[in-house]
Design a binder for this molecule. Structure first.
Ligand code: FAD
Length: 310
């Protein structure tokens, strides 16, 4: 029996989440296969085959898969699921869309957002916005599991997996890709950045003018609270937290953020948390490794000037 991983890529490179999934798959001590779905996989198959621990790459390639829909990805998993004991995906937009559908079509239950694999059928997953870690057991012979990839280290390169063409599903047909609007940013990707600087609604219209220069100097991704996004000071894709992106950087800097549990749910795996807030009783300070009680409109320019001075 083997583990089948739904690989994530952008058509040019394999995403770090795929490498983290390979590490997670090691818990089953079985062969690990990657399923790559796309319109043109020529740029990514070799990179996938080089990941240490992967023994086979299944290539599901067709023009209608250029812009993948959850329905088509689920069909690809379904068509290639025979012989596997585990189907694994990231708890990402792709995984959240495709995996529950796959499990339902296979007639099995799934376990989502796993942060630790205790045994081949037993998992730890956060619940109640990360305030409780539940240990759950999945009774099905076929384990369908999505993992919080930030909880696993990325697998390195060292492998030489075989690459095979796999069954291509017929187009789902009832949904179609229309267009996409990508945010072009010079900043690192929020979910995988090693430094993240986030702002709350108290930054107001100064969100970008204050955070951009510091983020640039630290090569940091920029995040925001939901209150900040809802107020229109930051775009939706910057939201960090329970209903936004979950981050686990080496350094998380929270500027003018109260520390609501829904925000903390998305940052608690950060290695070091630094908070700047003018309220000494702000809940964020209970979770911060370093805290500065100060007005952010003075502290952030001072931080920027200190970084510029080297
Ligand atoms: P506030 O709570 O208003 O805090 C502002 C902070 O800024 C305060 O601590 C204040 O002391 C400080 N401050 C003000 N002025 C200054 C100054 N000049 N200098 C220094 N400090 C200053 N939130 C998320 O972030 N992510 C989520 O994913 C998310 N999901 C949610 C899901 C649900 C179902 C619900 C109900 C809520 C969710 N929320 C989420 C919202 C969350 O509960 C909080 O409302 C939100 O995180 C608060 O954002 P904030 O810290 O920017 O604002």
């Amino acid at each position: 029996m083997s583990v089948l991983i739904l690989a994530e890529h952008d058509g040019h490179h394999i995403k770090q989440s795929t490498r983290q999934l390979v590490t997670a798959a090691g818990a089953w001590q079985q062969d690990v296969h990657l399923l790559l779905v796309g319109g043109d996989l020529s740029a990514v198959v070799d990179e996938a085959a080089a990941i240490a621990g992967v023994s086979r790459v299944l290539r599901v390639e067709a023009p209608h898969l250029t812009h993948v829909l959850a329905e088509d990805v689920a069909a690809a998993l379904l068509q290639n699921a025979a012989g596997y004991s585990v189907i694994l995906a990231a708890h990402s937009t792709l995984g959240k869309g495709a995996l529950p559908r796959t499990a339902a079509l296979l007639g099995v239950g799934m376990v989502s957002d796993v942060v630790s694999i205790q045994a081949p059928d037993t998992y730890v997953r956060p619940t109640y916005a990360g305030n409780v870690l539940a240990t759950v057991k999945n009774a099905h012979a076929l384990q369908v599991v999505s993992v919080r990839t930030t909880a696993f280290t990325p697998a390195a390169n060292a492998g030489v997996a075989e690459i095979v063409s796999a069954a291509v599903p017929a187009p789902f047909g009832k949904a179609r890709w229309v267009s996409e609007h990508k945010t072009v940013s010079e900043r690192p990707e929020l979910a995988t950045a090693s430094v993240v600087i986030s702002g709350g609604r108290s930054l107001g219209e100064q969100f970008n003018p204050l955070l951009d220069p510091v983020a640039k100097k630290l090569n940091a991704a920029i995040g925001a609270t939901r209150a900040c996004v809802d107020a229109g000071f930051a775009p939706n894709d910057l939201q960090v937290g329970q209903t936004g992106t979950v981050v686990a950087p080496d350094l998380y800097i929270a500027i003018g953020i109260s520390g609501a549990m829904q925000h903390l749910a998305g940052i608690k795996d950060s290695k070091v948390i630094v908070a700047i807030n003018h309220d000494p009783d702000a809940p964020i300070f209970k979770h911060a490794d370093y805290g500065l009680v100060a007005d952010l409109f003075q502290a952030v320019p001072a931080l920027d000037a200190a970084l510029a001075a080297g």
